[in-house]
Design a binder for this molecule. Structure first.
Ligand code: MBD
Ligand code: FE
Length: 282
């Protein structure tokens, strides 16, 4: 995690994401010898094919080597993989799910965010910048049964595009919380609308983006994990209709079902939106 004396650099957020990933508990070996053989052989063969078809030069081979080494030094493997690869893993993992759509987790989730009641305001600084947003809804099972006590974890960037624990000078749990739904599965979360997010441009991923002439933007998004007893957890993100980069998210993680259309708040200032989550049985 970054400390308050560090700068908001690619290497600082990258190394924090790498350290967080290393702490994540994973269950046993990922795969059999046979499967590793298949997957690794096909990956290597795909690279051979690219080298032959494009007549990759020694200069390009050396540039690739240098870049791969630098990605590790910047701690940007979580960022690289979550931006360019994870969306296909998510697609395959959840292709038979009947309930609400999910999408990628990304590199900035932190478990065990403070628990909050069914109607709550996410931890935020006094005068936190951004349009106030009331995000409310109900969590049910695919058969329509409400799920009392469902957990709605939300995390998102601030109005400058920074995530707490991955940028300096933000309170530890800023704009992160675990809201526990009421006995009808309902919840109401008060927060602010995040800004579009630009992935760090000063590290290896930024170098690749500049060298390839791409852009570094993700649309503004709320991250969520929604879970309930005896049901499959959903990891998802929600976006804002009409926002920039909805159509060209660098992480290719937007789905039409995930785009919110908030309206003017009926009480107080800002916007409000209702979005219900439907969970598949475990
Ligand atoms: C993010 O905030 C994010 O959600 C993803 C997927 C990648 C980089 C930064
Ligand atoms: Fe994000």
């Amino acid at each position: 995690m970054t400390t308050s004396t560090e700068q908001a650099t690619a290497a600082a957020s990258g190394n924090a994401a790498t350290a967080a990933f290393a702490q994540k508990s994973r269950s046993g070996a990922a795969s059999s010898t046979e499967r590793v053989d298949t997957l690794a052989s096909e990956l290597i063969a795909a690279v051979h094919d690219i080298v032959r078809r494009h007549k990759v030069t020694y200069a390009e081979y050396d540039a690739l080597k240098a870049w791969l080494i630098q990605v590790g030094m910047d701690g940007e493997w979580p960022l690289f993989l979550d931006v360019w690869i994870e969306h296909v893993v998510e697609e395959v993992a959840n292709e038979s799910r009947e309930g609400s759509k999910g999408t990628i987790e990304g590199p900035y989730y932190v478990p065990d965010a403070p628990e909050l009641p069914a109607e709550a305001t996410l931890p935020m600084r006094p005068g936190e910048q951004g349009t106030p947003l009331l995000f409310q809804g109900q969590v049910t099972s695919v058969d329509g049964t409400p799920l009392p006590g469902a957990r709605v974890e939300m995390w998102h960037a601030d109005d400058d595009g920074y995530y707490s624990q991955y940028a300096p000078e933000l309170p530890e749990w800023n704009l992160r919380g675990t809201v526990v739904a009421d006995d009808t599965g309902r919840f109401a979360i008060h927060t602010i609308e995040p800004a579009p997010y630009q992935i760090p441009t000063d590290g290896s991923c930024g170098n690749l983006i500049a060298a390839a002439g791409w852009h570094a933007w993700r649309p503004a998004h709320l991250h969520l994990k929604v879970s309930a007893a005896d049901h499959q957890l959903i990891t998802t993100q929600l976006y804002f209709k009409g926002g920039s980069h909805i159509e060209d998210d660098i992480a290719q993680a937007v789905k039409p079902e995930l785009v919110l259309a908030p309206t003017k708040a009926t009480n107080g200032t800002g916007h409000e939106v209702t979005y219900d989550f439907v969970l598949d049985p475990a």
